[in-house]
Unconditional design. Sequence first.
Lengths: 435, 293
Amino acid sequence: MHKPVIRAERVSKRFRIRTAQGGSGTLRDTLCAAAAAPFRRRSRGRHQAPGSEAIWALRGVSFAVEPGEVIGVVGSNGSGKSTLLKILSRITPPTEGRVVVTGRVASLLEVGTGFHQELTGRENLYLNGAILGMRQREIRSKEDAIVAFAEVERFIDTPVKRYSSGMYLRLAFAVAAHLDPDILLVDEVLAVGDAAFQSKCLGKMDEVAHEGRTVLFVSHNMGAVRSLCKRAVWLDRGEVRQQGGSARVVSDYLASYGAHDSAGVGSVFAQDGNAFLAESEDLGLCGLRLLGPNGRVRAVFEPHEAIHVEIYYQAKRPLHGARLNLWLTTSEGELAFLATDQAARGELTPAGPGRSLCVIPGGLLNRRRYVIGIDGDIPPTRELLPRREYLCFTVAGAGNHGSVISEDWPGVVCPAATWSVDQMPAANAPGGPER
Amino acid sequence: METNSRVTARPCPLSEVPAPPLERVIEPPGLGVHLDWAEVWRFRELLYYLAWRDIKVRYKQTVLGGSWAILQPLLTMAVFSFVFGRLAGLEQKTGAVPYPVHVYTGVLLWAFFAGAIGRSSASLVGSAYLITKVYFPRLIIPLAAVGAGLADLGVSCVVLLALMLYYGIALSWQLALLPLFLLGTVLAATGVGTLLAALTVSYRDVGVVVPFGMQLWMFLTPVIYPASLVPERWKWLLRINPMAGLIEGFRDSFLGRPMDAGQAGLSLAIALFLFLFGAAYCSATEQHFADIV
């Protein structure tokens, strides 16, 4: 029997947030508090400092990861994903509970940690390798492979401050990609960079997974979680809400993601003080919602109904040649189609708020669950919004497929194709047996 | 058994035998000190790279580059010799030793000490981007900040030799004791530096006080003036100030003067105590750095 390589047992983490009257943590306050402490100790709990409020970032989280497993961790912002990774990486200790980890762990909470602008690519390669826990001779033996992977041979002795952001990212990821841990903890590194870089990262992750390493992967990219991970853990406000097959967990998570919103299922908008669901320096995505033909927001549609997808955004400055793209995938992760508003939008996107409406015609989709992903770019190279999945909806009902019995129908789409059936004399049939 | 076969089956990039899978338990820290020197030793290469980075970056894109390491103490010596030696008349009080040599030996060690403490006390806060992203023993960071000063210290020691040649001062067997005083200074600087670094994480006040405090400390140390000038009833201050004994001992071993062995021993002991105390304090609090830095 395999022994789990990561076994988390009722892990909890508490942060103390200091409130305004609690002071800002200068030496004077602490000295005052220490002086007053003997008089206070009896009335308060040992951990409860005055003027501070406890926040539980994680609460009783338990799970196990088998050797060679690639496991995804999903959850909205503030659900405790990053805290969990930090505990597993030993950056911060748990407040309660324990984790037993077997094997060499490397954690990749960002790419290029400790890169120094003034140092050359090669110098940063060694420095970053050491920071990530590589031995010097290990780095030396992999140096050529790293440089080749990053495609920066010509610039390896140039200070990285002269690098383009793409070269910088490639080098940073290349170092990380050549770590040889038994367990790799990865957080959101794929959220940066252009599409080519992202696919390179995903490819490398896939390769690592196939080498039998254990990977724990935290991401907002549901497509990546679904395709890379067999299993997923869904964290919700610090607790494990669900764990199991990644396709199931991801689609349940996306379904609930919309449901959090006051407008009900079928809509998602930035909340908790965030202006945007996603943003870059050029563009922010405020939210999106699905409407049926009668203008009501919902997440279940009849196959024959048109689905109106409204995308609300804010251009932070006038943009030329920008476009928003809608990726419709099935809940299993197959791409049904990609649509773009480029032609409707025209050349110029003025600064300020805007709405882009996509009408998915009725009579097109199959009876199943779909996921809507959005990205934005200025083709061919500039990314405005990373591709992420935001909403989930279900098509249910009689179906367009033309079958009269109730059965599951395969296919990512199921257009209401027009059929007609005629009786014809055998002699007139083209390509008949007589010829 | 299966776990073992999996590990051996994995392609190993280096031709080393894979270690048996090590099991690590991550638990809430207990109270008390978790000073784990084996762990620090395991990360010695990171220590080296961080110190190397500091040295490398310090003189990048400067015109004079590494020459600054020579120029700074020399210029300080020149200014001090003029102001304190000539104008204030201290050059009459250093006996057989030329005042520039006296002040240079003091400045040399003090510059390392103050620089190391200044850098290391700010180092943890300045490395927040590392502390919140990667695991390693936090002690590595202030240690590297102290280590980054060693190169300059080495350079200025060579300059001192040249200076003594210029003034025609002979070296004696006592030079063999020199490493002892250098080590003592490194220990004291590391101790104070790591303690202040750990305190700065929680209390940024420390960062404000350090430059000012180091200046005061210098005047309590016989850097500019010879220890012999200090009145008898204040001598105890020099006795408990490890830098006083270390700088005097450093001078004695370079200049071949008779040495106060008792004082040297006491200063070394205090330096060692500071080192252990600072390292222990830093280790006792390091678990929480990532949460508060």
